[in-house]
Design a protein around this ligand. Structure first.
Ligand SMILES: C[C@H](O)[C@H](O)CC(=O)C(=O)O
Ligand code: MG
Length: 392
């Protein structure tokens, strides 16, 4: 079969939910007094939008092949990401065979090394990489999970991230991860409130349901260690992203400090095999949580996951919707998945990247069979207005 070449690369932005899932309206649980590194400043404590958590918006990358097939992907990146795609990355893609993803990744990563390595540049490379896998799947008329070696299980099982693990339990999820709401700057009173919420939730869900706290980089080592000890009687399964992502040394110490059996997890703001190598070799965590749209895409996740496997660490991607589902179903060291509850009150299941995608699958009774439609199996919702800020 002769393979088409890449003809055109286009980048768009879109606002309101989608891949920038923090870009929500007032009253959403995801912006209701959540502990963050900026919570030491009272004026930035009540809302993450107050410090600009949603400034980027969603980046949509569209890649058209010479036979007219179009692949696309979405990630967090907005206008800056669109600039990088149109003005820099497109040159490494147009004219290449749609099969040559490894080479294109290498060109993009090394071509941006002098200003990239992590953050927005890796989000953008991830978006392009995922669009390339979508395109290849569509050209070959196969789901991406076939291209990754095929499924190792029939369906995925999910835990839910949101404000209401008690409702998540009723919806069939295996666990619930809550945002920690009060950081160290809120002192003993904040600590008591964090524990009271966990105790209340444990009471509501019973002993066997997993409960976790997501600390979104907001704690310091002393607070995190003390909190883990105090949370032990309530069966906290893991403490997530307790420290800033660059504090590998702090994570390694936290992992040594936490009560036996409690996991330390992190990695959603980490990128590339080299970033995850630091986490794994330094013994920072029990489970890594790469976001497929931020860590370097599927091409890089294959390497990150193999490295984690050799270190006996689990790989359970952060969010990432279909980009996670197609990977997780192919790997034994990814035994379950995250589902971010994007309903404002976390009281119903809606697609994670709502309203941007059509055909985006959701768990039913906490489980999902990944659809075997070509590529990642999703379409852009024509009701969401795309904007193309740059062209090359
Ligand atoms: C709930 C967390 O603060 C964040 O918004 C999402 C996240 O880190 C996660 O799903 O994990
Ligand atoms: Mg998290």
């Amino acid at each position: 079969m002769s393979m088409p070449k890449i003809a055109h690369v286009r980048a768009f932005t879109v606002r309101g939910g989608g891949a920038d899932y923090h870009d929500q309206d007032d009253g959403h649980w995801i912006d209701d007094h959540i502990a963050t590194p900026l919570a030491r400043y009272p004026e930035y404590r009540q809302s993450r939008r107050s410090f600009g958590i949603n400034v980027l918006g969603t980046l949509v990358v569209e890649i058209e092949a010479s036979d007219g097939t179009v692949g696309f992907a979405v990630t967090t990146g907005g206008e800056i990401g669109a600039f990088i795609v149109e003005k820099h990355l497109a040159r490494f893609l147009e004219g290449q065979l749609v099969t040559d993803i490894e080479k294109m990744w290498d060109l993009m990563y090394n071509g941006t090394l002098y200003y990239g390595r992590k953050g927005i540049v890796l989000n953008t490379i991830s978006g392009v990489d995922l669009a390339l896998w979508d395109l290849l799947g569509k050209v070959r008329k196969e789901p991406v999970f076939h291209l990754l070696g095929g499924p190792v299980r029939d369906e995925l099982q999910f835990y839910a991230t949101g404000a209401r693990p008690d409702l998540a339990k009723k919806m069939g999820f295996i666990g619930g991860k809550m945002p920690l709401q009060h950081g160290p700057a809120e002192g003993e009173e904040g600590l008591r409130k964090n524990l009271a919420k966990l105790a209340d939730m444990r009471e509501r869900v019973g002993d066997d349901f997993w409960l976790m706290y997501d600390c979104w980089m907001s704690l310091d080592l002393r607070y995190a260690t003390r909190f883990a000890e105090l949370a032990r009687p309530y069966g906290l399964k893991w403490i997530e992203e307790a420290l800033p992502p660059d504090d590998y040394w702090g994570y390694a110490e936290l992992r040594r400090n936490v009560p036996r059996g409690m996991w330390v997890t992190t990695g959603e703001h980490e990128a590339t095999r080299w970033g995850f190598r630091m986490l794994l070799e330094m013994g920072c965590c029990d489970m890594i949580q790469p976001d497929v749209g931020w860590c370097g895409g599927i091409t890089e996740l294959i390497k990150i996951s193999a490295l984690a496997d050799a270190h006996n660490a689990l790989v359970v991607p952060h969010g990432s919707s279909v980009y996670s589902y197609h990977f997780v179903v192919t790997r034994h060291n990814s035994p379950f998945s995250e589902f971010l509850m994007m309903a404002p009150k976390a009281d119903e299941v809606v697609p994670m990247f709502t309203p941007l995608l059509l055909d985006e699958p959701v768990p039913v009774n906490g489980r999902m069979k990944v659809p075997d439609t070509p590529g990642f199996g999703v379409r852009l919702n024509p009701d969401c207005a795309l904007h193309r800020p740059y062209e090359h």
